[in-house]
Design a protein around this ligand. Structure first.
Ligand code: ADP
Ligand code: MG
Length: 140
């Protein structure tokens, strides 16, 4: 297995509850390394651009409201098979369906306010990393 990168967001429901460290600890314990990290407030344009793939979904407007409702922490994670490893430790989108021990089972409030984002493919990871980070901000 190759060492790869993925893109993560600690969402506003988690930053509001002061869970940045707790979530990051779970990522690190899953074998992922934070090679870039910044706390920011997403603009409406950034949220709509980032989630453009979902723009026809009924939850799109609420999702953009939520993602701009407070600070987020955007991160680049590195590790063996990083995209799949991160999706495993995140758990299912709906916390009610997430496995025990996952971030979403442990911390998510709802299917929308589900504490973390993680890329779903290597290709999307590259796009999402480039959306929020300059190459020199990533230090592996
Ligand atoms: P994931 O984040 O697990 O990759 P999706 O890409 O399908 O899930 O959805 C993106 C985000 O949109 C989810 O993480 C969640 O915050 C929100 N979302 C997804 N499905 C719903 C839904 N049915 N109702 C409200 N919000 C949703
Ligand atoms: Mg997704």
């Amino acid at each position: 297995m190759a060492v790869t990168r993925t893109f993560s967001i600690i969402k506003p429901d988690a930053t509001r509850r002061n869970l940045t460290g707790a979530v990051t600890k779970m990522l690190e314990e899953a074998g992922l390394r934070v090679v870039a990290s910044k706390r920011m407030r997403m603009t409406r344009d950034q949220a709509e651009g980032f989630y453009a793939v979902h723009r026809e979904r009924p939850f799109f407007n609420d999702l953009c409201n939520f993602m701009t409702s407070g600070p987020v922490v955007v991160q680049v994670l590195e590790g063996e098979n990083a995209v799949a490893r991160n999706r495993e430790i995140m758990g299912a989108t709906n916390p009610a369906q997430a496995d025990e021990g996952t971030i979403r089972k442990t911390y998510a409030e709802s299917i929308e306010a589900n504490s973390v984002h993680g890329s779903d493919s290597d290709e999307n990871a590259k796009i999402e990393i480039n959306f929020f980070f300059k190459p020199e901000e990533i230090v592996g």
